[in-house]
Design a protein around this ligand. Structure first.
Ligand code: WT7
Length: 650
């Protein structure tokens, strides 16, 4: 973010107090901060007691071997029991857990009693397929209820799941399966996307063909279209799961038993398998969902628009909301199918009271026009959330005015796949918000902003965001790579023992936090985390490419867009056919979200004398800015050439 944007942000003077009614009945009040400050571990212990444990813990936090934390040691619980059975046992079996809305308009209503039967049957089916406690299960599924059933069935039998976003390619799925040595893959025939069928099974097949650990592929029938079938390996969900008993006794697992692995981009290009465990994770996602969204299970309808394949879906569709007995909406499709008011139509139809979405979506809705949401009755909304990237003040205000009728609080929630749950956010009944600021760490959470030496910056200063105390839902490591875990997150400020989040941040004069985006080579495109190296590797794997450099350039709608600078083997600097071929190639290698928006063929790339590509300069070009310092370049004239080639996106 440029200095100009930064000072604009800090000149943002609008303030929004919590509505009196919400504040008076809020789940969490201002005293929570003081209580947590006084005794952080006692505070988290009280939050853990919101869950049901089969065996109490001995110690709240074991931090004797940093950075490897253990929370609630000796405690035992079952995550699926906490998300499902205990609500049924408490007499809420008839409460709706999920209102499913398919893209074509088909619907399903799933109560907590239904959920208990479905998850039990699925757990029995996994056991019949030979899945045992500790075995990894890969889930390559779209937004359908069976994805939730499958995840909870894994949790129920203690088999860590590894969900791979359905829009990822076969190759991305294969590498994730191999890294985790998953033995079962759960997928679908296809799903509905933009009015057409997205055919997932061939991708699943290609990945399973290449991944030697997969024994069986369990296939949910969603669309019913004809799919290739491998009789030795494939099993239909409706044939196997439907004939199982709907009774299943959940076993209690250790608080530190692995719950799931979820892959996120790494700066080296190889995705990192972020490991989360059971007790601390569930404690924090349940508490933060209760505190930040102020959920009242009797009356609220919650809708998180994220895909379940991302951490937002794991924590705020599956584990947090279900642990809190939420009634929620799950929507299969895109926001503009069959029309650009589909989200607002869903809100009107299900009387959604709490909406959690991303800045990139909000900016898209702004572009589509105010008149679209205005056509729908959105009066059920009482709270709006934002996640995934910094939300600019304009989008924040638009969201509040046009979706929240100028009366709903907005909670801008900062967190990461690695943090597992929300870390920095307003409390809707407490915080007077500033558009564009995530405000301050939640009760029980500690964060700070430091300079490059690890010294804490004063109010008004900027630097790197760090987390300076362990938190219950923190990642427990990178699957199979303890060194990489230490290097990536704990080496930058090793002396101080801080977790380095990879984000730039600024403290304003009140000490409130403004997140400024990534400081490493991770791009944030439409809220998706993509590494420059990953896209570069995909590009150079194409036979026509000699070298590639990728940068994330600022984009009005998607936050950043991917711009690639490519040297072709043939040396040509114009080639329309290769332009589209390379875009498709990246899409196939990683997935459509990683497809470069622009490719610029160049004769040379700017490099330092030590041979390091200067992405900073390429970014200047891509963002149509005056070039920064070029003195370390081997040949500064190369930049004039590159700059003269790029059609400016404006
Ligand atoms: C990165 C983590 C958290 C779930 C979705 C993304 C950025 C996330 C915010 C926010 C500013 C944000 C950060 C972070 N980010 N939320 N409210 N304000 N930036 O999870 O893919 O692990 O990405 O997303 O840069 O480091 P993720």
């Amino acid at each position: 973010m440029s200095n100009e944007t930064l000072s604009n942000l800090l000149n943002e003077e609008r303030r929004f107090e919590p509505p009196a009614q919400l504040a008076a009945a809020a789940n969490v009040t201002a005293d929570a901060y003081a209580r947590a400050d006084e005794d952080r571990l006692a505070f988290w212990e009280a939050q853990a007691n919101r869950l049901s444990w089969a065996q109490p813990w001995n110690e709240v936090l074991d931090w004797s071997n940093p950075p490897f934390a253990k929370w609630f040691t000796g405690g035992k619980l079952n995550a699926a029991y906490n998300c499902v059975d205990r609500h049924v046992e408490a007499g809420y079996g008839d409460q709706v857990a999920i209102h499913f809305e398919g893209e074509p308009g088909d619907t399903r209503t799933i109560t907590y009693a239904d959920l208990q039967r479905e998850v039990s049957k699925a757990a029995n089916a996994l056991t019949e397929l030979g899945v045992r406690t500790g075995d990894r299960v890969a889930i390559y599924m779209p937004m359908v209820p069976e994805t939730v059933f499958a995840m909870l069935a894994c949790a129920r039998i203690g088999a860590p799941h590894s969900v791979c976003f359905a829009a990822f390619s076969a190759e991305a799925l294969r590498t994730r399966i191999e890294d985790a040595s998953a033995k079962l893959l759960i997928t679908v025939d296809g799903y509905n996307r933009r009015g057409a069928v997205a055919n997932l099974k061939p991708n699943a097949d290609a990945a399973a063909d290449g991944a030697t650990t997969i024994e069986k592929v369990l296939v949910v029938r969603r669309t019913g279209h004809e799919v290739p079938w491998n009789a030795d390996r494939d099993v239909w969900w409706h044939e196997l799961v439907d004939r199982q008993s709907d009774q299943h006794t959940p076993e209690a697992f250790d608080a530190e038993h692995p719950l799931f692995i979820l892959y996120t981009s790494g700066t080296t290009g190889k995705p990192k398998g972020i490991l989360h465990t059971t007790g601390g994770y569930l404690t924090q996602v349940a508490y933060t969902h209760h505190a930040v969204f102020d959920l009242k299970p009797e009356t609220d309808v919650f809708w998180c628009t994220a895909d379940v394949g991302w951490v937002t879906g794991h924590s705020y569709i599956v584990y947090g909301p279900l642990a809190n007995r939420a009634t929620q909406v799950m929507y299969e499709g895109t926001p503009d199918t069959p029309h650009q008011g589909r989200f607002w139509e869903n809100i009107q139809k299900y009387k959604v009271s709490i909406l959690y979405t991303a800045p990139t979506a909000i900016r898209m809705f702004m572009k589509w026009g105010d008149d679209i949401p205005a056509k729908f009755d959105l009066s059920s909304l009482r709270l709006l959330g934002s996640v995934g990237e910094p939300i600019n003040p304009e989008a924040w205000i638009w969201y509040r005015q046009n979706i929240g009728a100028g009366r709903t609080p907005i909670v801008d929630t900062w967190w990461q796949t690695e943090t597992g749950g929300i870390m920095i956010s307003p409390l809707p009944g407490v915080t007077t918000t500033k558009p564009g600021s995530a405000m301050r760490p939640l009760p029980g959470i500690s964060a700070n902003v430091v300079d490059k030496d690890g010294d804490i910056v004063p109010n008004g200063g900027g630097g790197f965001l760090v987390l300076d105390k362990p938190w219950p839902s923190m990642l427990r490591g990178i699957w199979g790579d303890a060194d990489r875990y230490r290097d990536t997150y704990w080496s930058r400020f090793a002396e101080q023992g801080y977790y380095f989040a990879g984000d730039g941040a600024k403290k304003d004069n009140d000490g409130d936090l403004w997140l400024l985006g990534r400081v490493d080579d991770i791009m944030l495109v439409a809220g998706h985390n993509i590494s420059t190296t990953e896209v570069e590797s995909a590009l150079v794997s194409h036979p026509a490419v000699a070298e590639a450099a990728v940068v994330g350039a600022k984009d009005e709608t998607t936050g950043q867009r991917i711009v690639a600078f490519v040297i072709l083997r043939g040396g040509q600097v114009e080639d329309a056919a290769l332009d589209s071929a390379l875009k498709d190639h990246v899409s196939k290698e990683i997935g459509p979200i990683a497809k470069p928006k622009q490719i610029q063929f160049v004769a040379e790339l700017p490099k330092t004398r030590s041979g390091k590509i200067m992405r900073r300069l390429l970014k200047d070009v891509a963002e149509d800015r005056a070039l920064g310092d070029t003195t370390t370049l081997t040949d500064a004239s190369v930049m004039d050439l590159i700059a003269s080639k790029l059609p400016h996106a404006g």
